[in-house]
Design a protein around this ligand. Structure first.
Ligand SMILES: [Zn+2]
Length: 352
């Protein structure tokens, strides 16, 4: 028997007949007139397909609804309404694989208080077993946009330094997106990184633990939607890892996402923070901190679920205790569902 989850969104749609009221984040660049006309035509075609989908949905013809919303989602991939109703229709047909994909996209592309995201999360909460206990989270950053690496850029090249620190003025919190352009120019010289100073308290084991944190995303490589590889040449890197003594606020890690599309992401880890970790826990703690930071470098934002790898690391007191008896956080089903959905979306800000 059909047990509908009559969410506020669905109730609103059924009452008012309004089919789409949430806006997708707009793209950065202004398209030319021809492109704008093509885009308008796509939107209208997508809207009409969504209308047909809603008619089928209301008549409980869920197979038809899935077909219509699937086509509509191809034309309007950043429309939360279309993705939400695709997910709901799939759920009513017990196709939880498709439902998870569509509903995860809604959550990832929306703010946590967006009506469709709230309703999508109600679906995940009400069918935890069917959704394999996955509960995705928003990937919006300040300004209501999200980003991810473009397929054309893959594999993403990751350079892991052996304890070196960026030049003065670029270390830790001194590095900001505006300074990345200058730094990017220097990285093109392969000898630049070899001349950097290695921090006194750095231990090679830290680099091994950081590498283990990166490898915790290896399943994404295996699945193939996010390809990355470690490179020895920093001039070829898309993500560069360096160290510093400390970070403001005693943060355990920091990523700088550049404004320029061609500039790399820089991740920095504070050696003094690592140095003060309890000896028996630091390999797994550093691995967890590094895994979290690479999550950011791949486009993920914070989760508010305490056991997710993307739960804010500054809310966890790694220095004083080993989080809890089960140890530091690792990639959860929530993190995995979120990353898959992020790379299932055409991001408005593509890193090309
Ligand atoms: Zn973080």
């Amino acid at each position: 028997m059909l047990k509908p989850i009559l969410s506020p969104v669905l109730a609103f749609v059924l009452m008012s007949g309004v089919l789409s009221f949430a806006c997708a984040p707009s793209a950065e660049a202004k398209p030319d007139k021809r492109k704008a006309a093509q885009e308008r035509a796509r939107q209208i075609a997508g809207h009409n397909l969504a209308l047909e989908g809603h008619t089928a949905f209301k008549q409980k013809r869920f197979d038809d609804a899935i077909a219509k919303f699937t086509e509509a989602a191809k034309l309007k991939p950043l429309d939360p309404s279309v993705n939400y109703f695709l997910g709901l229709s799939a759920m009513y047909k017990d196709d939880y694989k498709l439902a998870e994909k569509a509903l995860s996209r809604v959550v990832v592309m929306s703010g946590p208080k967006d009506k469709f995201a709230v309703s999508a999360l109600q679906c995940f909460d009400s069918r935890r077993k069917e959704f394999d206990r996955a509960r995705p989270y928003s990937c919006l950053i300040n300004g209501g946009k999200f980003w991810r690496w473009a397929k054309e850029r893959m594999p993403i090249n990751v350079y892991l330094s052996n304890g070196s620190q960026l030049p003065k003025g670029f270390v830790g919190n001194d590095l900001n997106p505006q300074k990345m352009k200058q730094l990017s120019g220097w990285f093109r010289d392969p000898k630049f990184v070899s001349r950097l100073q290695v921090l006194r308290h750095f231990r090679p084991e830290y680099a091994s633990a950081v590498k283990a944190g990166l490898n915790d995303w290896g399943w994404a490589n295996t699945e193939g939607f996010l390809k990355y590889q470690i490179v020895d040449d920093p001039s070829k890197a898309d993500i560069l890892v360096f160290y510093c003594s400390t970070l403001n606020g005693n943060l355990p890690s920091m990523s700088t996402i550049p404004e320029g599309r061609h500039d790399p992401v820089v991740v920095q880890f504070p050696v003094e923070y690592f140095y003060k970790l309890p000896l028996d826990t630091w390999p797994t703690v550093i691995r967890s901190i590094a895994g979290h930071e690479f999550g950011h470098a791949f486009g993920l934002q914070h989760s508010d679920f305490k056991r997710d790898l993307m739960y804010p690391t500054d809310k966890i007191k790694f220095v004083h205790r080993n989080t809890d008896q089960t140890g530091p956080n690792v990639v959860t089903n929530n993190d995995a569902a979120t990353l898959r959905a992020l790379y299932d979306l055409p991001a408005p800000i593509l890193k090309k």
